[in-house]
Design a binder for this molecule. Structure first.
Ligand code: SF4
Length: 674
C-alpha cells in the first residue's frame, strides 16, 4: 500500500504564529490565558493546559497576574477593547489575513455599505468579522441562502454592498457565490478573502483524493477547515475518514486499498500527522512519502521550509512567462504567480519592458512580499541588482576604478546614473568638464565616472569630471610628445575672437590668426568658420614653453596668385567686375583675391576724361590681361586691346599701364592678396 502525505498538511502561517506566541510566553515563565481554545485541536489545547495555559471565555475572566492571548480567528472589536481595559497585557495573535478582513468590513460599513459575509454564522472568525462591522451585516453559508438574502430584499434596495468570505470558506462555492452576487448587485464590491493556505490545501486534497483509494483527513472535528477538507475529499473519494489522532485509525479503514492519501487541517499539529503516518507505516510497512516528509527532514522542518520559501528578501530565479509595458509575469517554481512591476525592473525610468525582456528569459529576482489571498508574489529585479551592485560600487571606490553607467535622470543639483542596478548621484560640479556644458546633453548617454564618496543607505556619489580631466591630460601629454611644425590635425572650432579662431585639437587648443584664415581679406573670423565647425589645420608654430600652438588654415592650392599663374597667363581675355575707380583708372576683380588695374588709357579706344565716363561700379566687362608682376603682385588689364582702333582723334596711348606708384599702393589688389 502506498501512503502519500499532502505537502500542505498541518499548521498554516496564522495558526503557527498564534501557537508559537503562547509557547514563547510559557517558556518565559508567563501565566497565559487564551480567549477560547488557541486552535481547534483538543490534543494541543490539552498539552498546553498541562503547562498551565488556561482557556477563558471572556476578558473579565483573566486574573491580574495573567497575560491574555487572542487567537488567530480574531474577536469582535468590542471584545478587543474590553481586553485592553481588563487585562494587564494582551497579545493579539489574530492572523493578519483575518485582521485584514476586519479592516475591510469596518471601512465598508463606515462608508455606508452593507456587508455580506460568506461563512459559518456560528464560527468564531465570522463572529469576529461581524463584530468589526459598524453597520448592517448578513451571513450566508450556501448559494441558496445568498440568493434568498438578495431576493428577499433584506438589504435596502440599491444599497451599496460589500461581500467578503470567511478565510476557510469552500473555494468552489465561493466562486459560484461571486457570480450570483455580480448578477444582482451591480454596484457591489467583492473582496476575495479566502486564505490561500486554505484554498491550496483544498486543491491539493482534491488532487490527492482523485488518485487515492482511501483518504485520511487528520484534524479537530470542530475545525472549520478540517471539515471543509473532509467535504472536498468525500466528493472525490468515497472512502474518506476524519481522525483526530492515530488512535482513531483502524485497519478496516484501508483494507484492500493500494493508495492512501493523508491530508490535515491548518490547525493540526505536525506531531499528530506524523503519528498517523507512522502508525500506517507500521501497519502496512510500505509507506511512500510525497517528499514533504523525508527520512532526513522532519515534518516540522518541512513545514518550516515551506514557510521559508516565501520569506521576503529571498533571492530567486524567475523564468519570464509574459511581458507587457506594465509588468512581467514569471515562474519561480512555486504555485504563486511571480510579478515584477515595471518600476521594480530597473532604476531607469525610461526602460521599455517589452524591448528589454523576452518570454523565456531567466531573471535574478528578490521577493518583496507575498499575497496569499491573491496567490501572487511581488518581485524586484532592481533590488536584486542593487544588492549585487553595491558590492561593486564599494570595490570601485576602493580601487579608484572608472566605471560606466547610463545617465537616467537630471535632478536638482546634478544627474543620476545607474550602475549595476544602483543609483549614483553625480553633482553638477562633477558632471561635466566645464560649468558651461549642459547637463541635459548627458541624459540617456553612457558616462564613465568614478565613485568619489559612499555613505549610509547605499548612497553613492560619482564624478564624471575626474575621468574627463584625466582623459584630457593624457591627450595633452600625447599631443606634446608628437606635435611638429607642418603636421596636420583635424580640430573643432571652440571659440572666435576678433583676431582669430581657437581650435580644439583633442585636448589642446591652437589658434588660427585671422590672416591665416583666408587668402582674401576678412573682417571677422566668422566670415570663414563658425564655432563647432570641424576644420583641417596645420601647425605653423610651436611655443613649447608657453604651450601655445599657432595654426594655419588657408591652403597653398587656394592661393589666388598660384591660380592666376596656372590659369590666367598674359594675353588671357576674361570677364572682370569693376570694383573701384580713381582718376587714373579702374580696378577690376579677376578672381577672388586678385584685382587688376585698367589704366584710363586702356578703358576705351578714344580719349576719355575719367573712367566714370565709360564704366560703373559693379559692371562686368571683358578685359585682357596685358601684364603680371608677381613680385609686386600687380596685374594690368586692358579693355581697349579688345576694341578696334576706330577713333583717329583718340589720344595716343600712354606707355605706362600701371598706376602711379604712390597711388597703386592703395589699390585693392594689393590689400586683398599677399
Ligand atoms: S487559514 Fe489562513 S487566515 Fe486562517 S489562520 Fe491560517 S493563515 Fe490565517
Amino acid at each position: 500500500m502506498q501512503v502519500t502525505v499532502a505537502k500542505l498538511a498541518g499548521f498554516c502561517f496564522g495558526v503557527n504564529r498564534a501557537v508559537t506566541t503562547v509557547e514563547e510566553l510559557v517558556n518565559k515563565g508567563q501565566k497565559v490565558c487564551t480567549l477560547g481554545p488557541i486552535i481547534h485541536n483538543k490534543q494541543l489545547v490539552s498539552a498546553l493546559e498541562k503547562q498551565g495555559v488556561r482557556t477563558v471565555e471572556k476578558p473579565e475572566d483573566v486574573k491580574p497576574d495573567e497575560v491574555l492571548v487572542i487567537r488567530s480567528h480574531g474577536v469582535p472589536k468590542a471584545v478587543e477593547e474590553r481586553a485592553e481595559q481588563c487585562c494587564s497585557k494582551v497579545y493579539n495573535a489574530t492572523c493578519p489575513f483575518v485582521a485584514k478582513i476586519h479592516g475591510i468590513v469596518a471601512e465598508a460599513s463606515r462608508s455606508g455599505r452593507t456587508v455580506l459575509i460568506a461563512g459559518d454564522p456560528e464560527h468564531s472568525e465570522v463572529l469576529g468579522i461581524r463584530g468589526h462591522c459598524e453597520g448592517p451585516s448578513f451571513v450566508f453559508s450556501t448559494e441558496e441562502e445568498l440568493v434568498k438574502l438578495l431576493k428577499n430584499n433584506q438589504m435596502q434596495e440599491n444599497s451599496a454592498v460589500t461581500m467578503v468570505a470567511q478565510t476557510t470558506f469552500h473555494a468552489e462555492l465561493w466562486v459560484k457565490c461571486q457570480k450570483t452576487f455580480k448578477k444582482v448587485c451591480t454596484n457591489g464590491i467583492i473582496f476575495d478573502t479566502i486564505c490561500n493556505a486554505t484554498s491550496h490545501r483544498q486543491l491539493e486534497a482534491a488532487k490527492l483524493a482523485e488518485q487515492s483509494d482511501v483518504m485520511i483527513v487528520v484534524g479537530g472535528r470542530h475545525s472549520s477547515n478540517t471539515k471543509k477538507l473532509k467535504e472536498v475529499c468525500s466528493a472525490l473519494c468515497k472512502r474518506t475518514y476524519l481522525v483526530e489522532t492515530k488512535d482513531e485509525l483502524c485497519c478496516e479503514m484501508y483494507r484492500g486499498a493500494s493508495t492512501v492519501g493523508i491530508v490535515a487541517g491548518a490547525s493540526t499539529p505536525a506531531g499528530i500527522i506524523k503519528e498517523v503516518q507512522q502508525t500506517m507505516t507500521e501497519n502496512t510497512n510500505s509507506v511512500a512519502d510525497n517528499a514533504a516528509i523525508s527520512d532526513d527532514m522532519s515534518f516540522e522542518e518541512a513545514l518550516e521550509a515551506s514557510l521559508s520559501t516565501l520569506n521576503n528578501d529571498q533571492k530567486v530565479k524567475g523564468t519570464v512567462l509574459s511581458v507587457n509595458a506594465q509588468e512581467i509575469k514569471v515562474d519561480i517554481g512555486r504555485k504563486y504567480t511571480g510579478i515584477v512591476k515595471a518600476e521594480e525592473y530597473s532604476y531607469d525610468p525610461n526602460v521599455n519592458l517589452e524591448e528589454a525582456v523576452h518570454v523565456g528569459d531567466v531573471l535574478d529576482l528578490i521577493i518583496m512580499r507575498t499575497n496569499d489571498q491573491e496567490g501572487t508574489i511581488m518581485l524586484s529585479k532592481r533590488r536584486f541588482d542593487s544588492i549585487a551592485g553595491w558590492d561593486k560600487i564599494v570595490e570601485a571606490k576602493e580601487n579608484n576604478e572608472i566605471i560606466e553607467g547610463k545617465v537616467t535622470e537630471i535632478v536638482k543639483g546634478g544627474v543620476v546614473a545607474t550602475y549595476e542596478g544602483m543609483r549614483v548621484f553625480i553633482p553638477a560640479s562633477q558632471a561635466t568638464l566645464t560649468r558651461a556644458e549642459s547637463l541635459e546633453d548627458l541624459k540617456g548617454t553612457t558616462a564613465s565616472f568614478r565613485i568619489i564618496e559612499i555613505g549610509r543607505g547605499h548612497r553613492a556619489i560619482g564624478s564624471i569630471r575626474s575621468v574627463l580631466q584625466e582623459q584630457k591630460k593624457a591627450l595633452q601629454d600625447k599631443f606634446w610628445e608628437t606635435v611638429e611644425e607642418g603636421k596636420t590635425y583635424t580640430g573643432v572650432v571652440k571659440s572666435l575672437t576678433n583676431y582669430g579662431a581657437f581650435v580644439d585639437l583633442g585636448g589642446v587648443d591652437g589658434m588660427i590668426h585671422i590672416s591665416e584664415l583666408s587668402w582674401v581679406r576678412v573682417k571677422h573670423p566668422s566670415e570663414v568658420v563658425n564655432v563647432g565647425d570641424t576644420v583641417e589645420v596645420y601647425v605653423k608654430g610651436i611655443d613649447t614653453e608657453k604651450r601655445k600652438i599657432s595654426l594655419g588654415y588657408k591652403k597653398a592650392e587656394d592661393n589666388p596668385w598660384e591660380i592666376l599663374k596656372a590659369k590666367y597667363p598674359v594675353g588671357t581675355v576674361c570677364k572682370v567686375t569693376i570694383i573701384s575707380m580713381t582718376s587714373y583708372g579702374a580696378f577690376a576683380r579677376i578672381i577672388p583675391g586678385i584685382d587688376g588695374l585698367i589704366h584710363i588709357s586702356q578703358i576705351a579706344n578714344r580719349r576719355i576724361e575719367k573712367p566714370q565716363d565709360v564704366l560703373s561700379i559693379g559692371e562686368e566687362v571683358d578685359a585682357q590681361i596685358i601684364n603680371i608682376d608677381f613680385d609686386a603682385k600687380r596685374v594690368s588689364l586692358s579693355i581697349r586691346a579688345l576694341l578696334p582702333e576706330e577713333d583717329e582723334t583718340a589720344a595716343p596711348v600712354e606707355e605706362s599701364t600701371e598706376a602711379p606708384a604712390e597711388e597703386a599702393t592703395e589699390a585693392p589688389a594689393e590689400e586683398a592678396a599677399e
